[in-house]
Ligand binder design. Structure first.
Ligand code: GDD
Ligand code: MN
Length: 380
C-alpha cells in the first residue's frame, strides 16, 4: 500500500465494530444456481464454525433470479452479501470482482453447485493462516483426490488441457484447472491487474501470471456431482483455454481474439474467391458486379462468424445484430481502402507483389479488428 493510502486510513474514523473483523471471504460465482445456494450456505456455515467468515455471491443477473434468493438469505444474517452484475458474464471476471470486494486477509472461491468439497475450506484456511502458503488449491489429481463425477470424455479433455498448460506455461501444479482454491487477498490484489476477466480459467491465469512468486500447496478433494441445474461450461470454453495459453505464453502480445479475427478473415478470403468464380463463370455476371457480390458475401460471413466465435461473449442479437452488420460493412470498406492504399504505395517503392499485398492485408486486418472491437462489438 502506498503512503498516502496508509495515512488516509489512519486518519479516517473507523465505525464501531459490531462483529469481529472478517478473516475469510468465501466467493461464490453464480449463474442460474437458485436451487443450490441455500444448501451451499448451510454446508459452508457448518464447516466454518468458529471462524469469522462471510460469503460474497457474485451473480451475473441470472434469469432464474439467483440474486433474489441470495438477498433473501442475506436478510437473515450479516454473513451473506450479493454482488449482482448487470450486462456482464464470465466466471473469471465474477471471481476477480468478488475477491477484490473482500477486505479479509483470505478469500476462497467455490462453485455454488456443491461439486467442490466445502469441508476442505477449514484445512485451506489453516494452511494460509500458518503462513505455509499464499495459495491453497483443491486438486482432483493428487492422491486422495478424484474427478469422480466426470464423464470419460470430459475427463480426457481435462487431463489433456492440464498437460498442455503445464508444458506451455511451466505450471507445475497437478490441477491448474481447478475452480476451488483459497488465496491471500494481498497477493491476489497485486496480481489482479494482469488477470483476464474473460473465460473461466482464473486459477491457471493467476498461477501463470505469478511466474513462480506464489507459494502453492495442493490438497486432495473429490469432485462430486452437481446438486441441481446444469453446467454452464460448454465446449466453447476450450477456445477460452487455448486463448489463455496463447496470451500467457506470448506474454500477452498475441490475443486469441485477434487470432480468431484473422482466421475468420482468412475464411472470408476463400468465400470471396468461391463467390467471385461462381458469379463470373456460373451466373455469367460482369466483373464489377461479381466482385461486389463476392465482397459483400465475404463481409457477411465474416460478420456472422466473428459474432459467433471471436466475440461470442458479447454476441449481438436482434436489432443490434442488424445495426452491427451495417457498421461492419462500413468499417470493412474503409479497411479495404487502407489495404489497397498501403499496398499501392509500397508497390510504388518496391515492386514486390507479395510484399505489397501482405502489407496491405495486415493493415486492413488490423484496422478492421481495431475499429470493429470499438464500434461493433464494444468491449465493456
Ligand atoms: N457469475 C458467474 N458468471 N458465475 C458463473 C458463470 C458466469 O458467467 N458461469 C458459471 N458460473 C458459476 C456457476 O453458477 C457455478 O457456481 C460455477 O461458476 C461453476 O460453473 P459450472 O457450470 O458448474 O462449471 P463446471 O462444473 O462445468 O466446471 C467446474 O469444474 C471445472 C474443472 O474441470 C468449475 O469449477 C470450473 O471452474 C473448473 O475449471
Ligand atoms: Mn459445476
Amino acid at each position: 500500500m502506498n503512503e498516502i493510502g496508509a495515512s488516509t486510513i489512519a486518519a479516517a474514523a473507523v465505525p464501531e465494530q459490531v462483529a469481529p473483523p472478517v478473516r475469510l471471504s468465501v466467493i461464490v460465482p453464480t449463474f442460474n444456481e437458485r436451487d443450490n445456494v441455500g444448501q451451499l450456505i448451510t454446508r459452508v456455515a457448518a464447516s466454518l464454525r468458529g471462524i469469522a467468515w462471510e460469503m460474497i455471491v457474485v451473480d451475473d443477473d441470472s434469469p432464474d433470479q439467483t440474486w433474489a434468493a441470495v438477498q433473501a438469505l442475506a436478510r437473515q444474517g450479516a454473513r451473506i452479501r450479493c454482488l449482482r452484475r448487470i450486462g456482464r458474464r464470465g466466471l473469471s471476471g465474477a471471481c476477480i470482482e468478488g475477491i477484490l470486494a473482500s477486505s479479509a486477509p483470505y478469500a476462497a472461491v467455490i462453485d455454488a453447485d456443491l461439486q467442490h468439497d466445502e469441508r476442505q475450506l477449514i484445512k485451506m484456511f489453516a494452511l494460509l493462516q500458518d503462513d505455509a502458503a499464499d495459495l491453497v488449491v483443491g486438486s482432483r489429481y493428487i492422491s486422495g483426490g478424484s474427478a469422480g463425477s466426470f464423464t470419460s470424455g470430459r475427463l480426457g479433455i481435462s487431463v489433456a488441457a492440464t498437460k498442455l498448460a503445464r508444458r506451455a506455461l511451466g505450471v507445475t501444479m497437478t490441477d491448474p484447472m481447478s475452480g476451488f482454491f483459497m488465496v491471500r487477498t494481498d497477493r491476489f490484489a497485486a496480481l489482479a491487474p494482469s488477470l483476464s476477466v474473460h473465460g473461466f480459467k482464473i486459477l491457471l491465469d493467476l498461477v501463470a501470471s505469478a511466474r513462480g512468486r506464489l507459494r502453492i500447496i495442493e490438497i486432495p478433494y473429490s469432485f462430486g456431482a452437481r446438486l441441481h441445474g446444469e453446467s454452464k461450461l460448454s465446449s466453447i470454453v476450450v477456445l477460452d483455454f487455448l486463448g489463455l495459453i496463447l496470451a500467457k505464453s506470448t506474454r500477452d502480445v498475441v490475443s486469441l481474439r485477434f487470432l480468431l479475427f484473422a482466421l475468420v478473415g482468412a475464411s472470408g478470403f476463400i468465400v470471396h474467391f468461391v463467390v467471385l468464380y461462381a458469379a463470373l463463370y456460373e451466373w455469367g455476371l460482369a466483373f464489377a458486379p461479381a466482385q461486389t457480390a463476392a465482397a459483400l458475401t465475404a463481409m457477411t460471413t465474416n460478420f456472422f462468424l466473428n459474432n459467433a466465435l471471436t466475440y461470442r461473449d458479447q454476441r449481438l442479437k436482434a436489432f443490434a445484430l442488424l445495426k452491427g452488420l451495417l457498421v461492419f460493412y462500413a468499417i470493412c470498406s474503409v479497411g479495404l481502402i487502407a489495404n489497397v492504399g498501403i499496398a499501392f504505395s509500397i508497390y510504388g517503392q518496391r515492386p514486390v507483389w507479395w510484399l505489397a499485398g501482405a502489407a496491405g492485408a495486415v493493415m486492413g486486418a488490423v484496422w478492421n479488428y481495431a475499429a470493429s472491437s470499438l464500434f461493433v462489438w464494444r468491449v465493456r
